[in-house]
Design a protein around this ligand. Structure first.
Ligand SMILES: Cc1ncc(C[n+]2csc(CCOP(=O)(O)OP(=O)(O)O)c2C)c(N)n1
Ligand SMILES: [Mg+2]
Length: 328
């Protein structure tokens, strides 16, 4: 597959947007400016970006507790995300949800999720709804290696396969579930093998190569959209940051993380490849970086100055209004 400059820059821009947004979120959280909990996606950006670049606005995604990357890759607004992290009224959930509950139905983003494995059934439901309505939308379900040991994983994969629903299950195997290394909870080398049990095809890719993820997702999404049923895509990656911001990380050696970050940072890998292939100039990458830093900085300043929701609004929006349409 040959890649053009425009695609490489688009993938780079999206990954950088996630990285800069999150580095800022980390800084703000450590400075006690943000309430709640923040889980970072640093080092895993290639997965959300490689997959979501192949989606339409009307396609659905479900996310996890580590959801900033999925939101940004699907096209969420940086300011509304930042305002949500600050707990401000302009945020996606009017400041009442925080990092783990950012959703934007208008772009098919069905929500980050504090419940590990909480996205499976939402994705299967969205895919079923689309099928009943005779649409050709696809639902993508992002989940972690730890989440693949939940019962809902098996129920969702079985139903999606039996009913040939248009779902791409994307496992982000980052080698850890909180403080637990992958191999201490999981006997199989690859999560992908589990697809066999449901009569579902699967694929394994290097989750830190955005081009590899992009190419695999392109093929699989086209296949799924044509009515062939679900697929399980396992992306091998590594969680560079702690499980959450503030995690003392007593369960792994610092050197392990440093080696991964030095050799396997997906953003650095794409930049180096693009320059080596003479498809992109360093000045173009620098420009993307400068523009993104400024965009995120502006979102922080605006969010800082924004209003908190009023106490009288505490119980608003607990239930959906009748007849609300997704992707209207
Ligand atoms: C149902 C449920 N069980 C446990 C937790 C606590 N918890 C939060 S994140 C996490 C680990 C998830 O690991 P994984 O699915 O690999 O995702 P990662 O954090 O590595 O992205 C756990 C156990 C939870 N939020 N929900
Ligand atoms: Mg994990």
């Amino acid at each position: 597959m040959s890649y053009d400059t425009e695609l490489l820059l688009r993938l780079y821009r999206q990954m950088v947007k996630i990285r800069i947004f999150e580095e800022k979120a980390q800084e703000l959280f450590l400075a006690s400016e943000l309430p709640g909990f923040v889980h970072l996606y640093v080092g895993e950006e290639a997965i959300a970006v490689g997959v979501c670049e192949n989606l339409r606005k009307t396609d659905f995604i479900t996310s996890t507790h580590r959801g900033h990357g999925h939101c940004i890759a699907k096209g969420a607004d940086i300011y509304r995300m930042m305002a949500e992290l600050f707990g401000k009224k302009d945020g996606y959930c009017k400041g009442k949800g925080g990092s783990m509950h950012i959703a934007d139905f208008s772009i098919g983003m069905l929500g980050a999720n504090g419940v590990v494995g909480g996205g499976y059934n939402l994705a299967v439901g969205a895919a079923l709804a689309g099928k009943i309505m005779k649409r050709d939308d696809v639902a993508v379900c992002f989940f972690g290696d730890g989440a693949s040991n939940r019962g809902t994983f098996h129920e969702a994969l079985n139903m999606a396969a039996a009913w040939k629903l248009p779902v791409l299950f994307v496992c982000e195997n980052n080698q850890y579930a909180s403080t637990t290394p992958y191999r201490s909870t999981t006997a199989v080398e690859d999560i992908a093998v589990r697809a066999i049990g449901y009569g579902m095809p699967s694929r394994i890719v290097d989750g830190n190569s955005v081009l590899e993820v992009y190419k695999a997702a392109k093929e699989l999404i086209t296949w799924i959209r044509s009515g062939n049923g679900p697929v399980l895509l396992e992306c091998k990656t590594y969680r560079i940051k702690g499980h959450y911001v503030g995690d003392p990380e007593l369960y792994r050696a610092k050197a392990e993380v440093e080696v991964q970050f030095a050799n396997n940072d997906p953003i650095k890998r794409l930049a180096e490849l693009s320059i080596k292939e003479k498809l992109v100039k360093q000045s173009q990458l620098d420009e993307v970086m400068t523009e993104t830093i400024s965009l995120v900085e502006q979102s922080v300043e605006k969010a800082r100055a924004a209003q908190y929701p009023d106490v009288s609004e505490l119980f608003d929006d607990l239930y959906a209004e009748e007849g609300v349409k997704l992707n209207a």
